[in-house]
Ligand binder design. Structure first.
Ligand code: ADP
Ligand code: MG
Length: 622
């Protein structure tokens, strides 16, 4: 049989390699920024058009390249950064594979301009799909500019696979932030479609964080510093009370390289244990310096995962130093929450109520919460928690206030819904049962049980309320008549640049939902009106949840901002499981649920209730 194995031509090999290196425009951003840093640039400019789909350009004032190097830089495995395998264990550069430029040039139009300090003139090279189409001598400043245009022009499948501009821009900003955070001594600017997104002057680490995430960040930061033989830590963690629902602001850098490590992340979580609520995440910006010989960055083509020789030790040191910092800055409670307090309370004190701890912990998290009213009200659905002791029914109206107001503001829609509900409930509920005193019963502060004609109904209170609020919000957002409650004092909310952009994108939907904005300035939003069913105290939590939802939403064909907004708001505002409901609240929940257009499932398509028939019950007793 004839030989059939052939060597792939270089441009094909490069295209295949490109699949590993370049997943999306953000990958190009990362590679180009890292090359600029390796070239010792002091100022780096990133220009992006159409989320990088049309252009990604990085301009630096680094060392530049000679004519020969400029040409060689596009060859595969051409690198100036390592000479032998041993060098891999002494890496002080970002790059070392010599693959990035070759890969990028295989799948895009690339224009390189570069000049070294000592040279009078520089070199320009244009490459399209691995082919050099032009090479010139040019006048250009010292440094390098690489423009990558029409990414994936020759791989339509990859191009079509790219996500919406919002999502791709998000990825680019993520990469940009990671690189910028790792190098505060370099100044960075980023432009998107001609407008400035970031302008980060050379600064110290704290200023860099603040310049990226907004002025409000400053007060949240607690410094962490530790210097041991194996590990040097510097950076900041966010104070516990600023823990976020999204994992957005969590950064580890190892020797100035952004890495992901679930294991080290766990060390931080462990240090924060007991200080933040479940489901929230502490922010951190931590630089770890280790001997390059003790890590292996070679295991991942895009190099965000690395292997440490002694992970356990790093874990222990990291956890201890974060704990220490939290303690030093008087953030960690001195009390040990794990201990049963009754055991060491002297008998004559046992009936006295404990005094409010003076140390500041997460304001909304208080392990002594169950009894004490003097503690600040919990942020999550505080109205009904704290109000219920004195006035048992006080909080409930707020749960359904939207439903009622709807009756007054748009009689038409509501009567239609009511009509539907009469129809659907008429057959389900036995009148005689409903009129009896106790029509529903709450189980474990989680389920509401109700007798129906055929047997029993078990409603998941959280999901059911989510459904009710969701339909309500959707109606507001998509309908014409918006109802807002005017705020006495404007509410000012600080946002980071991207958060601001996300909210700005949703502005008109938010306004339809009932938000009234007075000012929409740089990183600051001023709110003067809210939807009637949104308590003022919840606003920042709701916005945060919304931003996090938008960031994590993978847009598909039926992505709609209105739907997302309604889902997010209803998720934030729905009564939680664990919350006890009065009789009236329970009844109202049942009735409102069955007044919904689609009562069977929650907005995320999970069942809101199940039924159990008498037959089924009978069988269980056989
Ligand atoms: P690597 O970074 O792994 O070495 P690349 O393909 O990213 O591989 O780059 C190839 C080579 O091109 C680099 O080793 C470097 O010598 C040169 N180079 C790339 N970008 C720049 C730049 N911005 N300034 C100076 N030299 C550069
Ligand atoms: Mg590189």
């Amino acid at each position: 049989m004839a030989d059939i194995i052939q060597l792939l031509p270089d441009h094909v090999a490069n295209q295949i390699a490109a699949g590993e290196v370049v997943q999306r425009p953000a990958s190009v951003v990362k590679e180009l920024l890292e090359n600029a840093i390796d070239a010792k640039a002091e100022t780096i400019k990133l220009l992006v058009k159409d989320a990088g789909k049309t252009l990604v350009q990085v301009i630096d004032d680094g060392v530049g390249m000679s004519v020969t190097d400029a040409r060689l830089s596009f060859e595969r495995h051409a690198t100036s950064k390592i000479r032998s395998a041993e060098d891999l264990f002494q890496l002080n550069t970002k790059g070392f594979r010599g693959e990035a430029l070759a890969s990028i040039a295989a799948i895009a139009h690339v224009e390189l301009k570069t000049k070294q300090e000592q040279d009078e003139v520089g070199t320009a090279i244009t490459i399209e799909g691995s082919e050099v189409v032009a090479q010139d001598i040019i006048v250009t400043p010292t440094g390098t500019s690489i423009a990558v245009k029409h990414l994936f022009f020759n791989i339509p499948a990859r191009r079509n696979f790219l996500k919406s501009n919002t999502v791709e821009t998000r990825h680019i900003i993520d990469e940009f932030q990671r690189v910028a955070l790792a190098h505060p001594s370099i100044s960075f600017v980023m432009y998107h479609n001609g407008s400035e997104v970031f302008n980060l002057p050379q600064s110290n680490y704290r200023q860099r964080i603040v310049n990226i995430f907004g002025p409000k960040t400053n007060e949240k930061l607690v410094p962490v510093n530790e210097d041991t033989d194996v590990l040097k830590i510097s950076g900041f963690v966010g104070k516990p009370e600023y823990a976020k629902k999204s994992r957005g602001e969590q950064f580890f850098f190892v020797n100035h390289r952004f890495i992901k490590s679930a294991y080290l992340n766990h060390a931080i979580t462990a240090a924060f244990e007991g200080l933040i609520k479940d489901g929230t995440h502490a922010s951190y910006f931590l630089n770890l310096e280790v001997n390059p010989q003790t890590i292996d960055i070679n295991i991942h083509p895009t190099k965000t995962e690395i292997k440490f020789d002694d992970e356990h030790t790093l874990y222990a040191i990291l956890r201890a130093s974060v704990k220490h910092s939290l303690g030093q800055f008087n953030i960690a409670p001195v009390l040990d929450f794990d201990r049963d307090a009754n055991l060491d309370t002297p008998y004559d004190y046992s009936n006295k109520s404990a005094s409010t701890p003076t140390i500041e912990v997460d304001r909304s998290f208080n392990p002594f919460d169950t009894e004490k009213q003097s503690t600040p009200p919990s942020k999550t659905y505080s109205s009904s928690y704290s109000g219920r002791k004195e006035t048992p029914t006080a909080g409930w109206e707020s749960l359904y206030v939207g439903m009622e107001s709807k009756g007054t503001k748009s009689a038409n829609d509501f009567s239609e819904m009511q009509f539907e509900s009469v129809e659907s409930t008429a057959s389900m509920f036995d009148d005689s049962q409903l009129s009896s005193k106790q029509s529903s019963y709450q189980l474990q502060n989680k389920y509401v049980l109700s007798a129906i004609k055929s047997g029993m109904l078990v409603i998941d209170q959280h999901r059911a309320h989510q459904r009710i609020l969701y339909e309500e919000f959707l109606e507001y957002i998509t309908g014409k008549n918006t109802v807002s409650q005017q705020l006495l004092f404007p509410l000012q909310i600080q946002l980071s640049k991207q958060e601001h952009d996300i909210v700005l994108n949703l502005k008109s939907d938010l306004e339809h939902a009932g938000f009234v904005f007075q000012n929409f300035e740089n990183q600051m939003v001023e709110i003067i009106g809210l939807p009637i069913n949104v308590p003022e105290s919840e606003v920042s939590i709701i916005l945060e949840q919304l931003i996090s939802d938008v960031e994590h939403e993978v847009p598909d064909a039926n992505f709609s901002a209105a739907d997302l907004l309604a889902k997010s708001l209803s998720k934030s505002l729905a009564i939680k499981s664990g919350q006890s409901l009065t009789q009236t609240e329970q009844d109202h929940l049942v009735n409102s649920l069955f007044a919904c257009k689609d009562p069977n499932v929650s907005p995320t398509n999970r069942p809101t209730f199940i039924t159990m028939t008498v037959d089924e019950l009978d069988k269980k007793f056989m």
